[in-house]
Design a protein around this ligand. Sequence first.
Ligand SMILES: *Cc1c(COP(=O)(O)O)cnc(C)c1O
Length: 377
Amino acid sequence: MTARPPVRTVLMNPGPVNTAQTVREALGGPDLCHREPEFGALMTRVRRKITAVCGAGDDHTSVVLTGSGTSALEATLTSALPENGGLLVVDNGHYGRRLYDIASAHGIRCVRLELGWGTPVDPDAVGRALGADPGLTHLAVVHHETSTGMLNDVAALASTARAHGRRIIVDAVSSVGAEPLDAVRDGIDWLVGTANKCLEGMPGLAFVCAPRSAFEELATHPSRSFYLDLSRHYAAQVKTGAPAFTPAVPLFYAFEAALDLALAEGVASRGRRYGALAGKLRAGLTELGLSIPLDPWHRAVSLTAVRLPDGVPYANLHRALKERGFVIYAAQEQLAAGFFRLSTMGAMDERDIDTFLAAFGQVLPTLREPAAGGDSR
Ligand SMILES: *Cc1c(COP(=O)(O)O)cnc(C)c1O
């Protein structure tokens, strides 16, 4: 049998993203025992590069987990709170709500500040909620709310948390690597990210970056999970230089290659690259008559939520574009019926956007369902 030649599909879903060839090739590195010093050295390099991408230095460190972004969020939420700790969660989209669901699943005391999807967060309102309940030791917030494409001002929220003597946990899963975010400058206590979104690595690794002192404190907290106990992973990875459990070894090869590319490009330049692609995409869609409801100044560089054109079912749009080499992404929950999402993260360039807009312009007139009263349904 002859293999079909590889066809590049442009992934416009917000992760896993298109990767560079060096990242894909690194995946096929040598077989390696995770208890040998070679793996310890690889893991340590990956952890250091993660810390650097997060804008932090030697006072901080990072821990890598084998799992998707949610594993690192669950590890952080279940480990960072002391025995009688409580969590205030800012909810202005699907992923904010999910932080609440994760903490609640472990019986953590949790209060949800429900703002409504796509509503900008008012730091003063968060400050009032913290002030009203001294038992809320931690604040959790999503940086880029991937359900709407809204970027939340985590630096302002970190300073609100600090002013009230609370710690902040940031879900930076879909922002770290491209959006302006700096653990030190922005005063982020716990920064959680993943390999396969703006860092352009392979799916299957996630991480947590925090001050070393914060990791040290974890030993005094109750262990609410065995596998996702961040204190256990910190002790193993940082203190003994070996992983707690069997890690996804080949993904570490690929992640190191991706981190090297990210550090060489720089977070600010990557943000400008994504921003330029998003700008071109948004202008082109607007020209085609589509509407992007979120105010421009709230938009992340890596995602655009677009209103579905009248009479065009999402499934038909998805199918027609996939046939032309582009994977678009459905919207979630309350936005599912009327919207779709397009990501500009990953190894993507201007030609991809041009080709996408041309394909979109071609398929659009063919997709509208017959107006009500038609009999072809
Ligand atoms: C993708 C994403 C996650 C994690 O999803 P996984 O499927 O577990 O990787 C969490 N938060 C945000 C904001 C995300 O975009």
